[in-house]
Design a protein around this ligand. Structure first.
Ligand SMILES: Cc1cc2nc3c(=O)[nH]c(=O)nc-3n(C[C@H](O)[C@H](O)[C@H](O)COP(=O)(O)OP(=O)(O)OC[C@H]3O[C@@H](n4cnc5c(N)ncnc54)[C@H](O)[C@@H]3O)c2cc1C
Length: 187
C-alpha cells in the first residue's frame, strides 16, 4: 500500500483527492492536509458580497471527505523534506510515497500601500462577507474598485481572457446591484 499526501485542500487538492480515490479505491492511503477547515468556490464570494447568500451556505467542511476514507489533517504545513520523503506540519510529520503540492497562491496585500488599512478584499471569503456588511451601511458616496492594470489587456486575438472577464463581471454586477438599490457608485 502506498501513501499519497496532498498538500492543500483547495480546487487542485480536493479534485486530486477525489479523482485518485475514484481510481484507486481503498488500495492506497490518501492524506489531505490544509490549514483551513472549510472549502468554498471563489466565485461564490460574489453572492456573499451582494448579501444574496450567507457565508455559511457557501462553505463546506473539508473533513466531510473522510466519509470516503480520505484522511484530512487540519494543520499548517511548515516544511517538506524530499530526501526523507516527509511533510512536516505544526505538530506532526507524515511520510509519503507520492506527493501532490496544490498550495495555491499566497496573497500579499502589503504590496499595495494602504491596502490593508483601507481596502476590503473580494478575493477572500472573509473579505466578501465584510463588503456585504459595509454595503448594508452604505447610502451614498464613492466606491473605488481596484484591479490589476493588466486585467484590462486583451490577448493576442483581441479577446479578453476569462480571469479578467470575471473580475470585470464582478464590477458590473456590483454596479447594477447598487443601481437597483438607488445608491450611487462611481467606479
Ligand atoms: C473571488 C474568486 C473568484 C474566482 N472565480 C473563478 C472562476 O470563475 N473561474 C476559475 O477558473 N477560477 C476562479 N477563481 C480562481 C480559482 O479559485 C483558483 O484558480 C483555484 O482556487 C486555484 O486552485 P489551487 O488548488 O491551486 O489553490 P487554492 O484553491 O487556493 O487552494 C490552496 C489551499 O492550500 C492551503 N494552504 C496554502 N498554504 C498552506 C500551508 N502552508 N499549510 C496548510 N495549508 C495551506 C490553502 O488554505 C488553500 O485551501 C476565483 C477565485 C476567487 C478568489
Amino acid at each position: 500500500m502506498s501513501q499519497i499526501i496532498i498538500l492543500g485542500a483547495g480546487f487542485g487538492g480536493l479534485s486530486s483527492a477525489n479523482e485518485l480515490h475514484r481510481l484507486l479505491g481503498d488500495k492506497h492511503k490518501i492524506i489531505l492536509i490544509d490549514r483551513k477547515k472549510k472549502f468554498s468556490v471563489g466565485a461564490s464570494n460574489l453572492w456573499v458580497m451582494l448579501g444574496k447568500r450567507s457565508r455559511e451556505s457557501c462553505e463546506k467542511e473539508i473533513s466531510l471527505i473522510e466519509n470516503k476514507g480520505i484522511k484530512f489533517v487540519n494543520e499548517d504545513i511548515v516544511d517538506i523534506n524530499t530526501d526523507e520523503k516527509r511533510v512536516y506540519t505544526t505538530t506532526n510529520y507524515f511520510k509519503y510515497d507520492y506527493l501532490i503540492i496544490a498550495l495555491g497562491t499566497e496573497l500579499y496585500p502589503e504590496a499595495v500601500m494602504g491596502f490593508k488599512e483601507s481596502a476590503l478584499n473580494l478575493y477572500e471569503m472573509a473579505g466578501a462577507h465584510d463588503i456585504s456588511q459595509e454595503i448594508e451601511k452604505f447610502y451614498r458616496g464613492r466606491i473605488v474598485i481596484l484591479m490589476r492594470q493588466d486585467f484590462f489587456l486583451m490577448n493576442t486575438s483581441g479577446i479578453m481572457e476569462e480571469g479578467r472577464m470575471s473580475v470585470l463581471l464582478y464590477a458590473l454586477l456590483s454596479h447594477s446591484h447598487y443601481l437597483q438599490q438607488e445608491k450611487q457608485v462611481v467606479s
